[in-house]
Write a protein that binds this ligand. Structure first.
Ligand code: HEM
Length: 500
């Protein structure tokens, strides 16, 4: 009934719902992009919906992205929204358990550890891990029979989850973690990961097994990293060339070194931040390639032309090569356009916040105000498939990212010339007012972008060098019930290339 009462005209329109506390949770949880699209038709670019007792104001489009991602951190706080989910997983004194200024310092520590020199070395490690995976994982042991390579199949989610954690642990996480991956570390990761769900976010400390296992795994994993740090110190081997050792050497602005538990918890945060994002991106990329034989051929041709022979003897990939492969670049960009793993970016409003009239207003001479205590939500995932911005928005078409002559285009060809945005080099998009922000923007922007781009790029290149791909089923729908948008259960059919 309260929805029918006259409302304060400065409040953004409220999405109609039947159940008071639950609100629009079922529609949002099932298909957030569909829900936002329907709400936009009814209420415009700014509206509020009820999500399990919380009031969430959504701001859509590039201007909505700018409003939320470009906001002051004293007014729009990420930690207030994300902490209940991430603090029990990452642990104390890092990321959203600390004031925003400290998070900024911690992000800088990690950035410093990800130098170009390190990324350069990672290319070979990732390639080696993927080749090793192809040679050992049971799903890939179907070989030549009677001179004809047989077709086999692999499970998309399982394969990329495993490949991602192996490649990330070999590179970012360091030697000890990689060596222990088969000896218990993977189980700890699984228990921790089962606590990374919308349920654990919305309800803290339910008396469920998964909560208990999450907390036990966090404590054990934290101890595991701290043990490595102690061992390294005792052995005098602080300068192992990896992120952990870089964190051991850095200082906060006040001159204080990082404590062991802070280093441990930053490492856990990196593990979690990079896992589902990269693995779902690799999975969607391979699914699209398998579904588009023409692009698959172009991608393979690009590898042959750039790296040498078609007889299976490719020259090893180097970091610099990644910038010279327009088809691969376009395939990754286009996949991140249609399937960014994060569909909702949220902040808590700390003091009443006027909505810029250029974004939405109740009338010409008044403005909307989002009250303190509300949550605000931006969805680059929606602006990235908005037909007002993108031609054939729902079509996966990597060619929109490169010119006819094959050179990587700086701006999307079909993008409205009048408001063209500089998408930058690589995947870097500048500024917060952009329709394309798979890595976010502003203070909380991703620091793993270059690593993720490299990881997905090398995984895709290595697989495409060795496998022909096919999809024998309908293209899978997105599964929005997990924290990151991944494909519903699906298989990719493959055949080893002749020379393999
Ligand atoms: C932040 C996307 C991989 C570490 C973000 C944000 C997005 C994002 C959208 C902004 C969140 C917000 O504003 O609330 C992605 C995608 C990835 C990816 C699409 C892969 C395809 C990684 C990797 C790492 C990482 C590999 C670690 C090595 C981080 C960190 C933040 C972040 C530390 C900052 C959080 C903050 O400041 O609040 N990422 N990410 N990400 N990401 Fe990533």
């Amino acid at each position: 009934v309260y929805q029918l009462l006259p409302r304060d005209r400065s409040l953004p329109p409220l999405v109609f719902h039947w159940l008071p506390f639950v609100g629009s949770a079922p529609a949002y949880g099932k298909d957030p992009i569909g829900f936002f699209t329907q709400c936009r038709e009814k209420y415009g670019d700014v509206f509020t919906f009820i999500l399990l007792g919380r009031r969430v104001t959504v701001a859509l489009g590039p201007k909505g992205n700018d409003f939320i991602l470009g906001g002051k951190h004293t007014v729009l706080a990420a930690e207030d929204v994300y902490a209940p989910l991430t603090n029990p997983i990452f642990g104390k004194d890092v990321v959203y358990d600390v004031p925003n200024e400290v998070l900024m310092e911690q992000k800088k520590f990690v950035k410093v550890a990800l130098t170009t020199e390190k990324l350069r070395a990672y290319v070979h490690m990732i390639d080696e891990e993927v080749r090793n995976f192809l040679n050992t994982d049971p799903a890939f042991q179907i070989y030549q029979m009677n001179d004809i390579n047989e077709w086999g199949a692999f499970d998309t989610i399982k394969t990329f989850a495993e490949m991602t954690i192996l490649t990330a642990s070999r590179t970012l996480q360091g030697r000890e973690i990689r060596n222990n991956m088969d000896k218990g570390f993977a189980h700890l990761y699984t228990d921790l990961d089962h606590g990374f769900t919308p349920l654990h976010w919305m309800f803290q400390d339910l008396p469920l097994e998964s909560y208990r296992k999450r907390d036990a795994a966090q404590a054990k994993m934290s101890e595991f990293y701290q043990n490595i740090l102690r061992n390294r110190r005792a052995a005098g081997s602080q300068d192992e060339d990896d992120v952990m050792s870089s964190l051991m050497q850095q200082r906060y602005r006040d001159g204080r070194a990082l404590r062991d538990h802070e280093i441990a918890h930053i490492m856990i945060a990196l593990l979690m931040a990079g896992q589902h994002t990269s693995s779902s991106s690799s999975a969607w990329t391979l699914l699209h390639i398998a579904d588009s034989p023409e692009i698959g051929k172009a991608l393979y041709q690009e590898q042959v032309e750039h790296f040498g022979a078609g007889d299976g003897h490719f020259r090893p990939m180097e970091y610099e090569d990644l910038k010279k492969l327009p088809v691969l670049d376009a395939v990754i960009r286009e996949t991140l356009r249609m399937h960014p793993p994060i569909h909702s970016i949220m902040r808590k409003v700390k003091s009443d916040l006027p909505v810029p009239p250029t974004l939405a207003a109740p009338s010409e001479d008044s403005v909307y105000v989002v009250p303190a205590g509300y949550t605000v939500l931006a969805s680059p995932a929606l602006s990235q498939v908005d037909p007002l911005t993108w031609k054939d928005a729902q079509k996966w078409d990597p060619t929109r990212w490169y010119d006819q002559d094959g050179a990587a285009a700086m701006a999307q060809r079909q993008y409205d010339e009048g408001t063209k945005v500089d998408f930058g080099f690589g995947l870097v998009s500048k500024g917060t007012e952009s329709p394309y922000l798979p890595f976010g923007a502003g203070r909380h922007r991703c620091i793993g972008e270059q690593f993720a781009y490299l990881q997905v790029g090398v995984i895709v290149s290595t697989l495409i060098r060795h496998l022909e791909l096919r999809l024998d089923q309908a293209f899978p729908q997105p599964d929005y019930t997990c924290m990151m948008v991944q494909p519903k259960k699906s298989q990719i059919v493959y055949r080893r290339r002749h020379f393999d």
